[in-house]
Design a protein around this ligand. Structure first.
Ligand code: DAH
Length: 354
């Protein structure tokens, strides 16, 4: 009788519970350590021995029932709570949070790192050289005396200090390395920003990066230069790239060459007969190489004896090769980017593609 009453009272009270606090106090009142059920169980000892097992079972059954009712009520309260909070404030706390934007390396940095990594594998160390140069190192020591017409190739930003300018190319770094390492052999790449006072167009910018290469030793030939560039082109552009070496002129190299790689888009340059690379037939010419089949990638040559001497090396004993390339131009070819201004334009729509 007593247990039945207890059951009814407990369930009625549970039914009336409205919140978690009420549920907790109900729980400790009935199911807790000194709760009603524990008390009821303790009374077993006062009963005559033959009634004890039956009574014990009843208490345990009641305990199970109350526990189950408690769990149901708990779940019900939880659901009510969610429904209430959803109704009260239209904030869905179970929605995933906003993703944190992750930064990434600028495409120019990525390409620069790719290039330097390839040359590192070929044994070239990175040598950093200043961006603010003097006229002497940017031009004169590279075999361009004042009034040399080749200076016209580079429109220059001069500072208000006479003779001090922003380097127009990375080549003056050659002089710095040579003077530091002479008479030891050299194998370095010189990456960095260059500046030219030019009109800004889709193909030219007032600032751009270059990677200069320089190797000096006692038995270095044009074949070493070509082999190095061939390996580089294959690694950078992928596949079996072919190079085309054209005669050219730079004041600081003799002989001087310009180097093309066969067009990575239409590959017309790698056709067996390269003359077939002329724009042919009515089909529109390749947008990348304009139908020529070749892409110009850099200037290079054997270091001019005057430059070697200016760097401290005896040109009768030492030879060297040098090259200069523009990573932005390389990236434009590799990823078919049509406008060099995109690199420093800070447009996320461009930057996020890399
Ligand atoms: N300095 C040249 C330029 O800016 C590029 C260049 C050509 C660098 C030939 C070299 C070289 O080292 O050998 O146009």
């Amino acid at each position: 009788m007593e247990l039945d009453q207890l059951r009814q009272q407990a369930l009625a009270e549970l039914n009336a519970v409205e919140d978690e606090a009420g549920l907790r106090s109900w729980n400790s009142h009935y199911l807790g350590k000194s709760g009603a059920l524990t008390q009821a169980l303790k009374r077993v000892g006062q009963l005559p021995p033959e009634e004890r097992p039956g009574y014990g079972q009843q208490v345990n059954a009641l305990k199970e029932a109350l526990l189950a009712a408690y769990e149901r009520k708990k779940q019900q309260l939880h659901e009510q709570e969610i429904a209430r909070s959803l109704a009260a404030q239209a904030l869905d706390v179970t929605l995933p949070g906003r993703p944190v934007l992750r930064g990434r390396l600028h495409p120019a940095t990525q390409v620069m790192r790719d290039i330097l990594a390839i040359f590192a594998e070929l044994g070239f160390q990175v040598y950093r050289s200043r961006e603010v140069e003097d006229d002497l190192t940017n031009f004169e020591l590279l075999n361009m005396p004042p009034h040399h017409p080749a200076r016209d190739l580079w429109d220059t930003f001069h500072t208000t200090t006479p003779g001090i300018l922003l380097r127009t190319h990375t080549s003056p770094g050659q002089i710095h390395v040579m003077r530091q390492y002479c008479p030891r052999p050299i194998r370095v790449v010189l990456p960095g920003m260059c500046y030219r006072y030019e009109q800004i167009t889709a193909r030219s910018e007032i600032q751009f990066q270059q990677v200069e290469g320089l190797a000096i030793g006692e038995s270095i030939s044009l074949a070493d230069l070509i082999g190095t560039l061939q390996t580089f082109a294959q690694r950078f552009f992928g596949g079996q790239r072919r190079l085309r070496i054209r005669n050219s002129y730079f004041p600081f190299t003799e002989p001087s060459v310009e180097v093309d790689v066969d067009c990575i888009l239409c590959q017309a340059g790698s056709a067996a007969d390269t003359r077939a690379a002329e724009p042919s037939g009515p089909s529109s010419p390749c947008t990348l190489c304009k139908g020529t089949g070749w892409l110009e990638i850099l200037g290079a040559g054997m270091v001019h004896p005057v430059v070697l001497r200016n760097g401290g090396y005896d040109p009768d004993r030492f030879q060297g090769f040098a090259f200069g390339m523009g990573p932005q131009r390389m990236a434009m070819l590799k990823y078919a980017i049509h406008d060099i201004r995109l690199f420093w334009g800070n447009d996320l729509r461009f930057l996020e593609q890399f």
